[in-house]
Each structure stands twice: as C-alpha cells, then as structure tokens.
Design a protein around this ligand. Structure first.
Ligand SMILES: Cc1cc2nc3c(=O)[nH]c(=O)nc-3n(C[C@H](O)[C@H](O)[C@H](O)COP(=O)(O)OP(=O)(O)OC[C@H]3O[C@@H](n4cnc5c(N)ncnc54)[C@H](O)[C@@H]3O)c2cc1C
Length: 298
C-alpha cells in the first residue's frame, strides 16, 4: 500500500487516508477506507486503477453509495470515488454519452432540457451512471439495459468499449467482466416534448413517494425479489415492518427498506438482514438474497 500511495503522490492523484465512508453512502453507516482516491477526470481514474493493478492492491469503485453497506471495520484497499468523472455529451439522434460519475439527477435534467425520454422511471434515485449500469437498476417494469448502447470500461489494464447487446444483463446485475471499472456509457433515448417528460417525472416520483420512505437514510430495496414474489410482501407477512435493532429498522412504509437513524452501525443493519433471511426461510422456505452490496471488514 505504501508504494501505491507514493505513486499516487508522484502522479498528483488526490487521495485521503482513513476516511470514514458512512457519509459516502445513503445508509450513512460504515467504517473507514484505508485510501480514498478522488480522480478529477477520466484520465486520472484510469491512472489510479492502473497503478493499484500494477502493485496488486485491491480496488473498490464508489458511485453514489446508494446501494452499499460498508461494514464497520471499513475497506482495506483503495476506494475509487468516481464522482469527478462528470462529463455529459449529446451526440445527436437520441444518443447521450455520460461518464460514470454523472449523477442520475444531472442526467435526467440534461435529458429533460433536450427532450429525451427513457430514464424517468429512476427519478429520485440518488445514484450515478456507473452504479445504474453496474446494477442494471430498474423500477416499475423498466431496466437500464433497455437504453444502453455501449459501455466503456477499464479492465485488467486495458480500456475497451463493449456493445450492450453483448453484455448479459440480468436482474440487478450487468454481465460485464468482474472487477471492471465502468468509465462511461452511451444511452439511446427517444424524443419527447419536455412537458411530457416532466409529467412522466412527476408520475414516477409520486409513485415512489406513495410506496417508499423517501428522504430517509436507506439503500433502496435491501433484498432482490425472489422469482414471482416481492421480497417486501414476504417481510410484511412475517411482521417485520417497523422491527428495530439498535439504530436501524425495517420501514413501516415498505418492509424491503431498512432505515437507519443517526448513530447507527453497519452491525445494526447486518443484524436485520440476517433476521429477515432466517425468518423468511423458516416461514416460506424461500432464500432471500441481498440486493444491497455488502463490502468491507467486520
Ligand atoms: C432512495 C433509494 C431508491 C432506490 N431505488 C432504486 C430503484 O428503484 N431501482 C434500483 O434498481 N435501485 C434502486 N436503489 C438502489 C441504488 O440506487 C441502485 O442500485 C444504483 O444503481 C446504485 O448506484 P450508485 O451509483 O449509488 O452505486 P454504488 O452504491 O456506489 O455502488 C453499487 C455497486 O456498483 C459498483 N459501481 C459503482 N460505480 C461503478 C463504476 N463506475 N464501475 C464499476 N462498478 C461500479 C460498486 O462497486 C458497487 O458494487 C435505490 C436506492 C435508494 C437510496
């Protein structure tokens, strides 16, 4: 690690040691990153991962932190915060190129102004472009993969552009190479008058507000939906709505959301996850799988 930090200094890469990751996640829990590197642009991001790759230090990619549960012991390697990769370009004919760190909000505003429709179903989700591609984010029957044309990645020391149809996207996961850094994505939107886009944005935001604990510290749905049934329905049936451990609880509005309060620990959330898995298995014989990405050391 010391050799890598020296190399980061020599190349002028901005980094911080021992940064608590809780404020970088929407669940607001989690321990420190040994090193948090904050590249300012695409070139610096490639350099940061190249240097780590050369010395064999593990890297983790951080987007909006909206689907992340970092354990209390934190992250031993390098965490690459991608929010500096924030360039957006309209290429014409409905095609928009967005770098990985562009926030979903910025992308939706850009598309709204240009009269480009397609991603409104994710309005209100505090994610980045890299995160929605990596997770194949979806809602209300739509998925990110349906709009994707290409993804440019850094993988094993090389940068390459992958065609979206060649990637085997599945429910809440892309099919790209494991360990790849998503650098930018090319989306194809359809033309729609801005006032109609605004109506769609309002419609989807309204549906979210009706069903989800908007404005609280959560990571969206904690579990994936098992085949043919909603995880939230199962959790509600066994009476977990409102169930609390420490400073975390299952939302009373939507049982598949865990909400944390100030002072919560990752341990509180992990306890609730284990409890839900055990009880759903006991009651229905169904194995729940986490949608939230759990990382770090206990
Ligand atoms: C209020 C709320 C509502 C939500 N609603 C939805 C919803 O409707 N549908 C849905 O699918 N999800 C939803 N989520 C979950 C979350 O927003 C999505 O999973 C989103 O795609 C995560 O994006 P992110 O940028 O925050 O990624 P992060 O949480 O930072 O990371 C998630 C994973 O993606 C990886 N990653 C991030 N960026 C990159 C990159 N550039 N290259 C490679 N890997 C990368 C990370 O390493 C990690 O494994 C919601 C979350 C919240 C808090």
């Amino acid at each position: 690690m010391q050799a890598l930090l020296r190399a980061y200094r020599e190349h002028g890469l901005p980094f911080f040691e021992g940064v608590t990751l809780a404020p970088y996640t929407t669940l607001r829990v989690g321990g420190p990153a040994r090193c948090l590197v904050t590249p300012k642009d695409y070139q610096q991001a490639c350099l940061a991962v190249d240097l780590a790759f050369k010395v064999g230090v593990p890297v983790f990619f951080l987007g909006g932190g909206s689907n992340l549960l970092v354990r209390d012991g934190g992250m031993p390697g390098v965490v690459v915060d991608l929010k500096g990769l924030n360039q957006l370009r309209y290429l014409g004919k409905g095609l928009v190129e967005a770098e990985a760190g562009v926030s979903l909000g910025a992308l939706l505003r850009f598309c709204h102004q240009k009269g480009l429709s397609g991603l409104e179903f994710l309005a209100g989700v505090p994610a980045t472009v890299g995160g929605i591609v990596r997770m194949n984010a979806g809602a209300f029957g739509y998925e990110v993969k349906d709009l994707l044309q290409e993804v440019t990645v850094w993988h094993g020391g090389q940068v390459e552009t992958l065609r979206a149809p060649d990637l085997k996207f599945v429910y809440r996961c892309w099919g790209g190479p494991s360990g790849a850094l998503i650098l930018k994505a090319l989306f194809l939107f359809r033309p729609l008058p801005p006032e109609d886009i605004e109506e769609r944005l309002r419609y989807f935001l309204g549906r979210r507000r009706d069903r989800q604990p908007v404005g609280e510290a959560t990571a969206g749905c904690i579990f994936k939906n098992p085949e043919g049934i909603a995880a939230g329905f199962l959790l509600d049936k066994i009476g977990l709505k409102g169930f609390t451990h420490g400073r975390a609880h299952f939302s009373r509005k939507h049982a598949n959301f865990i909400v944390t309060k100030k002072g919560a620990k990752a341990e509180d959330v992990l306890f609730l996850i284990d409890k839900a898995k055990e009880e759903v298995m006991r009651a229905f014989g169904i194995e729940l799988r986490e949608e939230v990405v759990v990382v770090g050391e206990a």
